[in-house]
Write a protein that binds this ligand. Structure first.
Ligand SMILES: [Zn+2]
Ligand SMILES: [Zn+2]
Ligand SMILES: [Zn+2]
Length: 362
């Protein structure tokens, strides 16, 4: 370790995720912490049509039959099919297994693919907003159908991998839906901790986060030196604000360019979102993706929807949980330090990242 003076504005601190404190982040902007960038990101496939692609129009026979299409007549623009290689399937009904320390829950569930757009390489920010609103409607409709189809299903995860750096195996733009008999641990942790916050403070912690992002202003001084320790400006975490939705840069961002989108008004279940809200969500999502794409220079990312689980406690958690979309762009490879410590390392100060995203001219 050198004892060179810290670079101006250098940050080195562990930030606790206010909702899941065990998920902490080391924000370290020092040059030595900068991990290796993901290999030069493979350029995004921007072709409109690829003859051999099973998800392109004209190749419908190469996928399982459609579960849902939009629009319902004429050429399809969004098409949903079963996943050819499902990670969970509904053809099994084995009982759960427990022996010594080994325990399994039957891999019951559904795994489906939504072809987000008929054009092969179209990114979210290039889609028309009415199209995006329809896509969000497809997410919701399928989630509803799956929960209604089987009460063993406790959670339906909707997510998207975009670009090879985010693990997308098929370049044609698509989302995935996995319905499962268990609640994923990270959702469970959010639900549990937000319920504990509610029991103590009688308000939703996500609503409080939004409120802080919109109104908080403070200057904190060092007690001994009197120097300014931290300055919090109004709106410094806000990336995009719509009429009903807001895009926020989390204070404890695990990924350099991570952004979360939440409904401004309290709502636990994505299924409660009104059809008419999707136009605004589509706008906030499209503009957020355009900002990310401009700053990163070609965003490759995972995004996923977190909504209240449909388990026995769904009603109890309605006042404390708040659904949201987490967008996690992939710009670096996790290092041994991250894997070994369980601590995420973020080398860009989230306040500065938010500022750069806001500065993009759309
Ligand atoms: Zn294609
Ligand atoms: Zn809330
Ligand atoms: Zn979440």
């Amino acid at each position: 370790m050198s004892d060179k003076p810290a670079e101006a504005g250098e940050v080195r601190e562990i930030r606790l995720n206010p909702i899941v404190p065990t998920e902490s982040v080391l924000v370290a902007t020092a040059r030595s912490m900068r991990p290796k960038k993901a290999e030069e990101l493979a350029p995004r496939d921007t072709r409109k049509h690829v003859e051999t692609c099973p998800f392109c129009r004209g190749n419908e026979h190469k996928t399982p039959p459609a579960i849902m299409v939009w629009p319902e007549s004429g050429d399809w623009q969004i098409r949903m099919v079963e996943n050819l290689y499902p990670v969970l399937g509904d053809d099994r009904a084995q009982s759960n297994f427990s022996f010594g320390l080994q325990q399994t829950i039957d891999g019951y569930g559904r795994h489906e693919v939504i072809i987000d757009h008929h054009e092969h390489g179209t990114a979210i920010q290039d889609m028309a907003e009415p199209h995006l609103a329809a896509l969000l409607g497809v997410y919701q409709k399928r989630m509803q159908q799956l929960f209604e189809s089987d009460d063993r299903l406790k959670y339906v995860l909707v997510f998207k991998n975009f670009g090879p750096a985010a693990g997308a195996s098929i370049p044609h733009t698509h989302s995935q839906v996995i319905a499962m008999p268990v609640v994923p641990e990270n959702v469970e942790a959010e639900v549990r901790n937000s319920a504990a916050h509610y029991a103590k403070h009688h308000h939703c912690i996500f609503c409080a986060l939004i409120d802080e992002a919109l109104t908080f202003e403070a200057t904190l001084y060092d007690r001994t030196s009197g120097a300014v320790r931290r300055k919090i400006n109004v709106g410094q975490y806000v990336v995009e604000r719509g009429e009903k939705f807001i895009a926020i840069k989390p204070f404890a961002s695990r990924y350099e360019w991570e952004v979360h989108i939440l409904p401004l008004a309290h709502q636990a279940d994505f299924l409660s979102a009104a059809d008419t809200d999707f136009a605004d969500l589509a706008r906030v999502l499209r503009r957020t993706m355009a900002r990310l794409d401009a700053v990163i220079g070609g965003a490759q990312y995972n995004f996923f929807l977190h909504s209240v689980p449909h388990d026995n406690d769904q009603q109890a958690h309605a006042p404390s949980y708040h659904w949201h979309l987490e967008i996690c762009p992939r710009t670096s490879i996790p290092t041994g330090f991250e894997l070994g410590s369980g601590l995420f390392v973020n080398t860009i100060n989230p306040e500065q990242a938010a500022e750069r995203l806001r500065a993009v001219e759309l």
